[in-house]
Write a protein that binds this ligand. Structure first.
Ligand SMILES: C[S@@+](CC[C@H](N)C(=O)[O-])C[C@H]1O[C@@H](n2cnc3c(N)ncnc32)[C@H](O)[C@@H]1O
Length: 255
């Protein structure tokens, strides 16, 4: 590097600082390693509670038929399938599950094939920061436990605003900041002592789950994230905590 070359910007990968250009590859490696055990791990790590959070997320969304849905960082399709269940049999569903990782999408496609009633989800490879969709093309943008992993959260939020039609809905489910002191300490121990251990046993990749826990701690808290959503051009931002703030849902609208 010459004296005049500015240093490459860095970002965080869990508690480590890494070059921005390296983060997507590092996140990609993690999800490729865990893809086949991802759904099982979610159940073990959260003692099944992620299902309740996702249920609460889709309840608040209250999906209606006749709308175009996009679930970004949709992974193996948990949110896409839940939306589909709510609108199935009431017209032709239009639900795109978009994810940057081909291995996660492959597991999702397999799930669709074995699902009673078939798939009816469209699986698309794409980066949340550069969505392969035209401006104003979807009515609903959802992202669950995904935005924490993108390199530039602000760019992903601007992309959400870009692809939403006027009047469209943005909804994000993400780990957040616990606001109950006794729960905070318990959650801290579960996160740093238990989750990496379960990860090591089930996926043989302790590091992936150390990353997961650390990335949760680095993610902005409810208020700051609400401000980022508003800065991206979305309006009427509302927040609901789940399980004392372990997770939170942010809802907003494209005006
Ligand atoms: C924790 S999983 C969540 C999957 C699913 N939404 C769920 O709730 O079960 C995070 C997902 O984000 C995806 N991801 C990470 N960075 C991404 C990016 N820049 N663009 C799109 N997807 C991304 C990963 O490949 C992974 O499938």
């Amino acid at each position: 590097m010459s004296e005049n070359t500015p240093p490459e910007p860095t970002t965080h990968f869990g508690f480590k600082d890494v070059k921005e250009s390296d983060k997507a590859r590092m996140v990609g490696r993690i999800f490729s390693t865990v893809a086949k055990r991802y759904d099982l791990m979610n159940d073990l790590m959260s003692a099944g509670v992620h299902r309740l959070w996702k249920g609460a997320f889709v309840d608040w969304l209250a999906p209606r038929p006749g709308l175009d849905y996009l679930d970004v960082a949709g992974g193996t399709g948990d949110i896409g399938f839940r939306i589909l269940e709510r609108i199935e049999g009431r017209g032709v569903p239009s639900i795109i599950v978009c994810d940057i990782n081909a291995d996660m999408l492959a597991v999702g496609r397999e799930r669709a094939q074995t699902r009673k009633g078939g798939g009816d989800l469209e699986w698309v490879a794409g980066d949340a920061e550069r969505l392969p969709l035209p401006d104003a093309s979807v009515d609903v943008y959802t992202i669950a436990f995904g935005i924490r992993n993108v390199t530039h959260i602000d760019r992903a939020l601007r992309e959400a605003a870009r692809v939403l039609k006027p009047g469209g809905r943005f909804m994000c489910l993400e780990f957040s900041r616990v606001d109950v002191p006794w729960l905070d300490q318990l959650y801290e121990r579960w996160s740093f002592d238990v989750i990496p251990e379960i990860g090591a046993r089930i996926t043989d990749d302790r590091e992936a789950y150390v990353y997961l826990v650390e990335s949760i701690r680095r993610f902005p808290d409810q208020r700051r994230f609400a401000g980022m959503i508003a800065n991206a051009g979305l309006s009427q931002v509302k927040v609901r905590n789940l399980s004392g703030g372990i997770a939170a849902i942010h809802s907003a609208w494209k005006i």
